[in-house]
Design a protein around this ligand. Structure first.
Ligand SMILES: [Zn+2]
Length: 78
């Protein structure tokens, strides 16, 4: 039997870093994760990214996760 590992291929995707102008599609907070689906793109804040990531990983073409840039910038908890 042959176990083939389905690793993500490093495809050249021109994805500029997320900026303050990018907003979560769910709550409007600053987006830190960009998910590219076959049908389009979705933006998520860290909170919603965590909430939906499991489901998104199954469908996403690519996921750009910039949450590592989110240091202690969480002053919008309300
Ligand atoms: Zn959100």
């Amino acid at each position: 039997m042959n176990t083939t590992s389905m690793l993500e291929r490093p495809e050249p995707v021109e994805a500029p870093a997320l900026t303050a102008a990018d907003r979560c599609d769910y709550c409007g907070a600053r987006a830190w994760v960009r998910v590219t689906l076959p049908t389009g793109q979705l933006l998520f804040c860290a909170h919603h990214a965590h909430q939906h990531m499991a489901a998104l990983r199954e469908k996403a073409v690519s996921i750009q996760d910039d949450t590592h840039l989110l240091v202690a910038d969480e002053n919008s908890t309300r």
